[in-house]
Design a protein around this ligand. Structure first.
Ligand code: KG4
Ligand code: ZN
Length: 330
């Protein structure tokens, strides 16, 4: 089965062509980073307009790269939620308009489930049960992928998402948007022990990042001026606090419910320290699976992977369907 997949939940206009396996035939991502950078964050209205301009060309490009035309496509998959309502609508309506015009079925899927299933391209044999850590700009969820293929949330953030914490911390440190990659880069030159930041406290398997963010703010204010080395040290310490908090919860979950695999996903799974530490801290107990960096941040390949899995479970969606900004894992 071959699906054309569309993703417009935030500031990446993305289209991909995937095949059962899953196999990735084409993966096109048009980032709006430069558009939003002057504002220090994503401006929903601008994002939606940019999707309108970029989406159809991205779909055409993906199809051209896949080596065959619409005649080889069996259906479409599109991100139904969660995300920004205005940007989701562009994808959901474009996908359904194309589907209607071409007489193809279409399935709406969860962006969060997509972040989990992104791992399948490099690990097609991956099967539940598994634990997953899905960490992005809008979500930090510790999940269990059950034997039946359902996704249960074991823990979530009670305030900021991990990516949001990276982005806000970067702003406090005077680093450019998007903050996560900037902190990651600078932290490599810093010493995480140069400053002691508190570890977030939250109950059970939940996360909390607002405390460490406030501690960083006070530390920066206390120092007044930051030279390059101080900025690097603070980046390293802040990153260490977030990574430590995330992995501490995963370790607790693994101790509570033994599983053979832990899957990382979402934009923050691009973080080099998180990738290395996940392997170092969990690798002796479980297999740690992390998608290649470009499949961690938002893309349509993962929406295609989710489409293939969900199609098996429930078949295509009944059109017309709407965007669902508050959708969970599906
Ligand atoms: O999954 P994603 O592309 O979009 C959402 O679904 O939110 O995640 C974006 C988030 C942003 O907060 C960004 O700063 C963060 O992922 N991010 C990183 C890195 N690359 C992206 N955070 C830490 N280190 C990175 N290398
Ligand atoms: Zn995402």
């Amino acid at each position: 089965m071959r699906l054309l997949a569309v993703e417009t939940s935030c500031d990446e206009t993305a289209a991909a062509v995937v095949e059962s396996g899953p196999r990735l035939l084409a993966n096109v991502i048009r980032s709006q980073e430069d558009l939003h950078a002057p504002y220090g964050g994503v401006v929903p209205e601008l994002a939606a307009r940019a999707h309108l301009q970029a989406l159809v060309p991205a779909i055409e490009r993906a199809l051209a790269l896949s080596g065959a035309g619409w005649e080889a496509v069996d259906g479409l998959a599109v991100t139904q939620g969660p995300g920004l309502v205005g940007t989701l609508l562009v994808g959901v309506h474009t996908a359904q308009a194309i589907a209607w015009e071409r007489g193809l079925p279409v399935i709406g899927v969860s962006h969060l489930a997509g972040h989990l299933y992104a791992a399948l391209f490099e690990h097609p044999g991956l099967r539940p049960p598994a634990l997953g850590l899905i960490v992005s700009g809008g979500h930090s969820d510790l999940i269990r992928w059950t034997e039946e293929g359902a996704i249960e949330v074991l823990g979530r953030t009670i305030d900021d998402a991990a990516g949001e914490a990276f982005d806000k911390g970067a702003r406090i440190l005077g680093l450019p948007f998007p903050g996560g990659p900037a902190v990651d880069r600078l932290a490599a030159q810093g010493d995480p022990r140069a400053v002691d930041l508190p570890r977030p406290r939250a109950r059970g398997l939940d996360f909390s990042f607002s405390g460490v963010k406030t501690a960083l703010l006070y530390e920066v204010r206390r120092r007044g001026h930051l030279d390059e080395q101080a900025r690097a040290d603070l980046s390293a310490a802040y990153q260490e606090a977030i990574v430590d908090a995330l992995l501490q919860r995963v370790e607790a979950a693994v101790a509570r419910e033994p599983v053979p695999v832990v899957v990382l996903g979402g934009g923050v799974a691009r973080n080099r320290r998180l990738r290395a530490q996940a392997q170092a801290r969990l690798g002796d107990r479980v297999r740690v699976v992390v998608p290649e960096p470009d499949l961690c941040t938002d893309n349509a390949a993962m929406i295609g992977a989710a489409g293939l899995i969900e199609w098996q479970r429930r078949g295509p969606s009944r059109a017309p369907f709407d965007a669902d900004p508050g959708l969970g894992f599906g």
